[in-house]
Design a protein around this ligand. Structure first.
Ligand SMILES: *Cc1c(COP(=O)(O)O)cnc(C)c1O
Length: 366
């Protein structure tokens, strides 16, 4: 057992002095929330960092997703995958929509575009795919189906901060994309989130939706909620954004070492680096399929040594007890199979190469 455990994630923090400097003007002005200068500055910086046309900030990624569904006016059924965090499916169900579960691909665990069309009915209003682990969905294939059938596309982009495809920001695909700035994500504001979108007409709607649906002091045209990002959180984002690129480089070093040690081992399946994609190395999922130990045995072995990994994602959301009896559950054999065999290994920007080696030694049984 190690003295210090190796955790599965570790939040990035800026130097404390840097954050204090960023807080000073907030103390001076006492402008703490409600679209102050810090959140305006962060939104502007993110627009260029993420290479998108429009960014709206929210208190967290989940509320951003619910408000994106609301702004898009989605109704009826939406096609999505069950191989995701609870948030994606909960946002759909909490919005009064019916999730229709599509299976995922074997290689990168994103939505299997060849299985979408057979799930479309007269009630389908949108596709909500997930760029899972930082792997980008088949955005061109999804776009073609959406155009043909007049569907909206809303990406759960919680895992793909800073990812680019052919030089384009990943948040510029589809009608909208939701990013999460939770403490454990590649870029964080402690808690926070954003929606990126092409049509500027949505900006005013988001402003209203996250501020109780109000338009000024006396008009309330929408049934909104409270989902504002505070100035204190925006200041954290401004500081963290200065360090994100170097942190992604640190993640990359760890991932390259993992790949060096684990790639090609019989019964261990890794995601391949994507061609033409600027990656963010958000997670390192490993699927144990036909390995000498099963997933749970590997996890137990790691835990014995003080190393933490996560069954991410297990179980699939379509099996959550809270949905029992609410709607039809489509079978998604690939997602089910992967969820029973996957482990996300420890990964963060300052994870030491020696720690990566220790994780790999434990898995390989040295
Ligand atoms: C983190 C996450 C969310 C929710 O984001 P929060 O900012 O934690 O509310 C949604 N979807 C996925 C895939 C996530 O990983």
């Amino acid at each position: 057992m190690r003295e210090e455990p190796i955790l599965v994630v570790r939040p990035s923090l800026p130097p404390l002095e840097e954050y204090i400097e960023e807080l000073r003007p907030i103390w001076d002005s006492r402008w703490l929330t409600n679209a102050g200068p810090k959140s305006k500055q962060l939104a502007e910086q993110l627009k260029s960092h993420l290479k998108v046309d429009n960014v709206e900030l929210f208190a967290n990624g989940h509320l951003a997703l619910e408000l994106a569904i609301s702004a898009l006016g989605l109704k009826g059924e939406v096609i999505t995958t069950p191989y995701t965090f609870a948030s994606t499916t909960h946002a759909i169900v909490r919005s009064g929509l019916t999730p229709v579960f599509c299976d995922i691909k074997e290689d990168d665990y994103t939505i299997d575009v060849s299985k979408i069309e057979s799930l479309i009915t007269a009630r389908t209003s949108a596709i909500i795919p997930v760029h899972v682990y930082g792997n980008v969905c088949d955005v061109a294939g999804i776009d073609a189906i959406a155009r043909k059938h007049g569907l909206k596309v809303l990406y759960d982009a919680a895992h793909v901060f800073g990812v680019e495809v052919g030089g384009k920001g990943v948040g510029s695909f589809g009608d909208m994309s939701m990013f999460s700035f939770h403490a454990t994500k590649v870029f964080n504001t402690v808690e926070g989130g954003a929606v990126t979108f092409g049509d500027p007409a949505y900006a005013a709607k988001f402003e209203s939706l996250r501020q109780f649906g109000m338009d000024g002091q006396e008009r309330v045209p929408l049934i909104g909620t409270n989902a504002k990002l505070t100035e204190v959180h925006a200041a954290m984002g401004i500081c963290n954004l200065r360090h994100t690129d170097e942190q992604i480089a640190g993640r990359r070093r760890a991932v390259l070492r993992y790949r060096e040690r684990l790639d090609g081992v019989r019964g261990i399946k890794l995601c391949k680096p994507a061609v033409g994609v600027k990656e963010n190395y958000a997670y390192f999922p490993v699927v144990f399929d036909g390995y000498k130990l099963d997933r749970d045995e590997v996890l137990a072995k790691l835990n014995e040594r003080g190393i933490y990994a996560r069954k991410y994602f297990y179980p699939i959301t379509s099996s959550f007890e809270c949905y029992h009896g609410m709607f039809e559950i489509q079978e998604t054999p690939v997602a089910l199979r992967v969820s029973k065999r996957v482990l996300a290994l420890p990964l963060y920007h300052d994870l030491a190469i020696e720690a990566v080696d220790e994780v790999c030694d434990t898995i390989l049984g040295a």
